[in-house]
Design a protein around this ligand. Structure first.
Ligand code: 5GP
Ligand code: MN
Length: 338
C-alpha cells in the first residue's frame, strides 16, 4: 500500500460504513483467518461489519474466534443478500478475481461500493479503489497485520484477532515452512503470540482433530498415488465413490496433495478429486522450486494461484482428465528436469 492508499483507507474508515468482508469460495484457513481478523479490527473501531462467505468451510476451522458470526451465502442467503445490498464498503480477501467467489460474482460485479482488495495471488484483477496485492507475502493474514500497521493501529490487535491471524499464517505457510515464509513473517507471528495467540493450542485444534474416516481416506489417496519419476511428478486421484465410502466431509482432503512432495526427487504433486454434484474434477497442484503451478493451472485447467500452490478444475471425466494431464506432462519434460 502506498501513502495515497493509506489516506484513502483512513478517509473511508473515518465515517460510519456498512462493511462486508468476503473470502474466496471454499475458504481455507488464511481466507477465514484474514476475514475474521479484519472483522474484529473493524468492529472494535465501531464499524458495522460482517463476513459473507460464498459457501461453507471445514470443521477444523470452526473453533476460530467469531467464526459463528460468518454468514454462509448458501445457508443464510437472505441475511447475506441484505448485508450485500446495504454495503457501502466491500473488502475482498485472499483472492485476485471476483470469479473466485462463485455465486457471489454477479452480485459483486453489479455492486456500487468501495472495493478494497487485500491478497497475495498472482495477476490481480482491477476492480478495487485500493488494491493491496503482494505476491511475495506468505499469506493474506500477514497482509491484514500489515494493513493494521499501516494505519498505525497494531495496539488494537486483541487476543481473538491474534488467534485468527496466526491460524491463517500457519495454514498458508505449511506451518512456517514454505518459501514465502520470511523473517518478517516470523516477527509478525512472534507479535501475535505476544498478543495472546497460543501457538501450541492452535496447531492442535487445526491438525490434531482428525476423524478415523479422514485417515482412512488418506490411506486410499496414498495407495492411489501414481509416481512418474521421469517427470519428477506424483499424482493422486479420489473418485466420488471413494469419498462416499469414507464418509467424506468438507476439508477432509486438505493437505493430501503435499504427500507427493515428500517423496525424494519429486517436485510436482497433484491431486484430482471428483465432485459429482458440481460435475467437475477439482484439482490441487503443488511444486518445489521454480516450476510454476500457477502457470500450469492457468494454461491447462482453468485455474491459478501461486508459483508453488495452485488450483484448477476439469469438466471432463476423471479418466479423460488423467489422460489429458499425462499428455500435457510430456510437453513439460525439460521444465520438470532443469
Ligand atoms: P488449494 O489447492 O489448496 O485449493 O489452493 C491452492 C491455491 O490456489 C490457493 O491459493 C487458492 O486460492 C488457489 N486456487 C485454488 N483453486 C483455484 C481455482 O480454481 N482458480 C484459481 N485462480 N485459484 C485457485
Ligand atoms: Mn492465502
Amino acid at each position: 500500500m502506498n501513502l495515497e492508499d493509506i489516506t484513502t483507507i483512513k478517509s473511508i474508515l473515518s465515517k460510519p460504513q456498512n462493511i462486508v468482508i468476503i473470502p474466496h469460495k471454499n475458504p481455507d484457513g488464511d481466507a477465514i483467518g484474514s476475514c475474521l481478523g479484519l472483522l474484529g479490527f473493524l468492529k472494535d473501531k465501531g464499524q458495522n461489519a460482517v463476513v459473507v462467505a460464498p459457501n461453507d468451510y471445514p470443521k477444523f476451522l470452526k473453533w476460530m474466534p467469531r467464526n459463528e458470526q460468518i454468514l454462509n451465502f448458501e445457508k443464510e442467503n437472505s441475511e447475506a443478500k441484505k448485508a450485500l445490498d446495504e454495503a457501502t464498503v466491500i473488502f475482498t480477501l485472499d483472492f485476485n478475481d471476483l470469479s473466485r467467489t462463485g455465486q457471489l460474482e454477479t452480485i459483486l460485479k453489479a455492486k456500487e461500493a468501495d472495493f478494497i482488495m487485500i491478497d497475495h495471488h498472482q495477476q490481480p484483477d482491477d476492480y478495487a479503489i485500493v488494491t493491496y496485492s503482494d505476491v511475495s507475502m506468505s499469506s493474506t493474514c500477514e497482509m491484514v497485520y500489515n494493513f493494521i500497521e499501516y494505519l498505525g493501529e497494531t495496539d488494537r490487535i486483541t487476543k481473538a484477532m491474534a488467534i485468527n491471524l496466526y491460524t491463517g499464517i500457519m495454514t498458508d505457510t505449511g506451518s512456517f515452512k514454505y518459501r514465502s515464509t520470511s523473517s518478517r513473517t516470523h516477527r509478525v507471528v512472534a507479535d501475535l503470540i505476544d498478543r495472546g495467540a497460543e501457538n501450541m493450542e492452535i496447531h492442535q485444534r487445526v491438525f490434531d482433530t482428525n476423524s478415523p474416516s479422514r485417515l482412512h481416506l488418506l490411506g486410499v489417496a496414498l495407495s492411489n498415488m501414481v509416481i512418474l519419476p521421469q517427470y519428477k511428478t506424483a499424482y493422486i486421484t479420489l473418485s466420488q465413490e471413494e469419498l462416499d465410502d469414507n464418509d467424506f466431509k468438507k476439508g477432509d482432503t486438505e493437505g493430501f496433495v503435499n504427500y507427493g512432495l515428500t517423496l525424494e526427487g519429486i517436485i510436482f504433486a497433484v491431486i484430482f478429486i471428483e465432485n459429482r454434484e458440481e460435475g467437475i474434477i477439482k484439482i490441487s497442484l503443488r511444486s518445489i522450486g521454480d516450476f510454476s503451478v500457477n502457470e500450469f493451472a492457468r494454461n491447462h485447467f482453468n485455474g491459478g494461484g501461486h508459483d508453488n500452490a495452485a488450483g484448477g478444475r476439469s469438466e471432463i471425466s476423471m479418466e479423460a482428465t488423467i489422460t489429458k494431464f499425462n499428455d500435457i506432462l510430456k510437453t513439460y519434460k525439460t521444465q520438470l528436469n532443469p
